[in-house]
Structure formats: structure tokens, C-alpha cells
Design a protein around this ligand. Structure first.
Ligand SMILES: *Cc1c(COP(=O)(O)O)cnc(C)c1O
Length: 458
């Protein structure tokens, strides 16, 4: 027996108030934040869709784990619990805890990287790319061709281009490759999933060329949902088994636990090769902490161990992906252009298409971000020419390929009625479309300008 309505598979035990505000007040708040959502006070936000990173709600079991945390410097029980859990989940022999994903990346890619080295990925996440490039190495993205079409319903647009991988590995030679990194789901590529078939093909090509294969597994549970529901032969496997099958293809993984481990802080590396693990552990001890806690408290390690069990539960994953899909499909039905199909953790609105009267130089994505906040108190982020735009020698903007706005859904935080509110705010967005104007940048830093830039409305 199944029903159309999906419900949150949890009851609420502890609540945090949302402070309501009027459109008038929000106009003022937005002005005071220089039209940049990163500069808003969170208490002035009604629905916060800025990111799904570190914003999950923990379960009562995880909070119980927090109380059990063993804060011993070495050999803590909480570490033993986490290590056992991660070895069982990933199948890798060596586990290295870190305070978040980028710390794991800095250690591993810093060690494997350096001048003359090349890393290849379906799409490097921005911190992954930054750590690789900071080491002096280069990072090449080879998403599959199907990813270029933003409207088709091809289910695995997160895949890597296998022919391109084979060619690149042949061209560079194994000693010049740092690693091949498969990001599941492909965050930068719209949260799109990677199929098991594709992961197997990546593993095969890596074996053939004798290069290291690492999985960026931040959202491997969400990815497993798509495999079970969209890839043939996986209908009867559990989500955890699917993740384990994928891990078994690789030489190691890096994770930001702020995503699918359902915690607010944490990360880890898991590796199969002893020599590599020893080198990484030595680096860990220099900057993160001793090998049995990395950058984490005992209580954090408890919460991660428990979260990584909960995230693979059928009811949780169904609710999780259904909420994102529900929001995306409802917006699409209203004529809001969205990247399709809807990915795992976020809905991406094509603001360039929605506001086709606003040129890239006037940042249509930022205009939508401002409208969403002023009309509904919804905080989102621009992923377009504000984030990725560059200037040429004459100071003219070289626009990003797309002007997107990401609506990232925190895990277990908002209910369906919160999403219905977001959907209703989009009615106003569509009504106001023609009258919506662009923005201009009045102050910006040299790097990562989207975090601190100041804007003015045109
Ligand atoms: C968030 C993220 C990271 C970096 O993790 P942090 O915990 O933010 O340092 C790396 N890769 C992917 C795919 C991510 O989404």
C-alpha cells in the first residue's frame, strides 16, 4: 500500500525558532548586507537554503552519542567505534579522521600533488580543485557528454567521460597522475548521480593505467538512492550494500561528514595502501591532531558513526530525495527553468533563462537571490558569473557558462510545508519577472569574491 503524500519519517523533539519578518524589513536587511546573502544575519532568514553542508539536524541517537563521547587523547572508545564503522562501510584498511572534508583533501592531494602532477575528475569540487592547484598540480574536469543537456531526463549526468579518461591517462602516463577522483554525487555538476556502471568503468581504466582511484564520497548515500531506483540490477540491494560495492572499486575515499554523515562538523580519509596511509597520518599529526582523533572531539566521532548508519535507512533516503524532487518538480511545473533531472541535495534554478532580459554583466543569478530573500526571506546562493566570472585584459566580464541559483536543502531540517512556502514564493518571483532588475558589483576582493562582494541594485 503506498500513498501519494510523503511524510517526514521523524517526529520533532527539539525546536529552534524561525523569526518572521516583513518584506519591508527584509529590504532594509538586504541593503545593510550589501545585497550579498553571505553577509546577512541568520536570524533574519526564514528558510535557509544557502547550503546543505554542516546544516543537518542530528537524531536523538546522535545526541545520546554526544553524551557518550570519550575525550581521551589516544585510543578513545569513540575513535574505536568510528574506525570500526568506517572500515565496515568502506572496506578500506586505514582510516584517518579530519575536522572536515578539505582537511582530508589537503593531506591527500597535497601529498600526491605538486608541480607536474595532474588530477582528473568528473568535476572537482571547489575545495578539491583549490587544494590540488595550491600544491602546484593541475585539475582536469571530464563530465560525461550527457551532462551538457540540462533538459533531458538522462538519470546519471554525474558520470565521468570514460573515453576522455582513457585518453588523458594514456597521454599523461601513470607517474604524472596524482589520482582520479570520482565525486558522488557530482556536487558542482548539479548534484547529479554517478551510475555503478560508470564507477566500474572508471575503476577498470585506472587499473589498466595503474593510477590511484579515489572516491569523493560526501553524498554516496544519496547517490545509492539513484542507483537503486534508476539503474538495472540494483532494485533489490540495500543502499548500504550499493555504497559498499562502489567503495570496493576504489583505492580510497575522502569525505566531508558535513553532508551524508548527518553531522555539523567532521570528515575523514580511508585508504587501502599502507604506505600512503602512513604518509597521510604523519601529515595529519602535524596540523590536525593525533591519529585517533584528527581534528575531532570524541563526541563528534560518535555522532559521525551513528549518522553514517542512519543515512542509509530506506525511509530516510526516500524522504530526502523525494523532498528535493518535490521542490524541483513543482517549480518546473510553474515554468521556472531548473536543471533537470533534479539532483540529490539541491535544486538549481537557471536564472539566466528566467531573467533573459538581464545580461550576464548585471548578474541575473544575484538578482534572483535578492528577490528570493526580499520577497520570502529565503536565502540561496548564486552559482554563476558572481562566483565564477573573470575579467579579461580590458576589464570586461568573461561570464560563467550558466547563471544558476542553488536551493540546497539541509537534511532533516525543513518539513514539506516549508517547501510549499518556497514554492509559493516562486509564484511572486514569476509575477515580478519583467520588473526585476539586475545588480552591479561595487566592491570585490581578488579571490572567492562571492563571499564578501558588495552589490547595488540597478
Ligand atoms: C563539501 C564538499 C567538500 C569539502 O568539504 P568541507 O567539509 O566543506 O571542507 C569536498 N567535496 C565535495 C563534493 C563537497 O561537497
Amino acid at each position: 500500500m503506498s500513498f501519494q503524500t510523503f511524510i517526514e519519517p521523524f517526529k520533532i523533539k527539539s525546536v529552534e525558532p524561525i523569526y518572521m519578518s516583513t518584506a519591508e524589513q527584509r529590504k532594509q536587511y538586504m541593503k545593510e548586507a550589501f545585497y550579498n546573502p553571505f553577509l546577512l544575519h541568520s536570524r533574519h532568514v526564514i528558510i535557509d537554503l544557502l547550503t546543505d553542508s554542516g546544516t543537518s539536524a542530528m537524531s536523538s541517537e546522535q545526541w545520546a552519542g554526544i553524551m557518550r563521547g570519550d575525550e581521551s587523547y589516544a585510543g578513545a572508545q569513540s575513535w574505536e567505534r568510528l574506525e570500526t564503522e568506517l572500515k565496515d562501510l568502506t572496506g578500506f584498511s586505514y582510516v584517518i579522521p579530519t575536522h572536515q572534508g578539505r582537511a582530508a583533501e589537503r593531506i591527500l592531494y597535497g601529498y600526491l600533488g605538486g608541480k607536474g602532477k595532474t588530477f582528473i575528475s568528473n568535476t572537482h569540487f571547489d575545495t578539491t580543485r583549490a587544494n590540488i592547484e595550491f600544491s602546484g598540480a593541475e585539475a582536469i574536469d571530464i563530465p560525461c557528454k550527457e551532462a551538457e543537456d540540462h533538459e533531458s531526463d538522462y538519470p546519471f549526468k554525474g558520470n565521468m567521460d570514460i573515453a576522455a579518461l582513457d585518453e588523458l591517462l594514456g597521454k599523461h602516463g601513470s607517474t604524472n597522475i596524482g589520482a582520479v577522483i570520482l565525486t558522488v554525487t557530482n556536487n558542482t555538476g548539479g548534484g547529479q548521480p554517478v551510475s555503478m556502471e560508470n564507477a566500474k568503468a572508471v575503476a577498470e581504466v585506472c587499473k589498466k593505467h595503474k593510477v590511484l582511484f579515489i572516491i569523493d564520497c560526501c553524498r554516496i548515500a544519496e547517490n545509492a538512492y539513484f542507483i537503486r531506483n534508476k539503474e538495472k540490477g540494483y532494485e533489490h540491494k540495500s543502499y548500504r550494500e550499493i555504497a559498499q560495492e562502489m567503495f570496493a572499486l576504489a583505492d580510497g575515499c575522502a569525505m566531508s561528514a558535513k553532508k551524508d554523515a548527518l553531522v555539523n562538523m567532521g570528515g575523514f580519509l580511508a585508504l587501502q595502501n599502507e604506505e600512503l596511509a602512513t604518509a597521510c597520518t604523519n601529515l595529519l599529526i602535524i596540523t590536525e591532531g593525533f591519529a585517533t582523533y584528527g581534528g575531532l572531539s570524541g563526541r563528534d566521532m560518535e555522532a559521525i558513526a551513528i549518522g553514517l548508519r542512519e543515512v542509509f535507512e530506506d525511509d530516510y533516503l526516500h524522504y530526502r530525495i523525494m523532498s528535493t524532487t518535490y521542490l524541483g518538480e513543482q517549480l518546473k511545473a510553474k515554468g521556472v527553468p531548473v536543471l533537470y533531472p533534479i539532483g540529490g541535495h539541491a535544486v538549481y534554478v537557471d536564472a539566466g533563462k528566467l531573467y533573459n532580459h538581464i545580461p550576464a554583466e548585471q548578474y541575473p543569478g544575484q538578482a534572483l537571490v535578492c528577490e528570493l530573500y526580499q520577497l520570502g526571506g529565503i536565502r540561496t546562493v548564486e552559482i554563476g558569473s558572481v562566483m565564477f566570472g573573470k575579467y579579461d585584459e580590458d576589464g570586461k566580464l568573461v561570464a560563467a557558462p550558466m547563471e544558476l541559483v542553488r536551493l540546497a536543502i539541509p537534511r532533516r531540517v525543513y518539513t514539506k510545508s516549508h517547501l510549499d512556502y518556497v514554492i509559493e514564493v516562486f509564484d511572486k518571483i514569476v509575477q515580478n519577472k519583467a520588473a526585476t532588475k539586475g545588480v552591479k558589483i561595487v566592491k570585490e576582493p581578488k579571490f572567492l569574491r562571492h563571499f564578501t562582494a558588495h552589490f547595488e541594485m540597478l
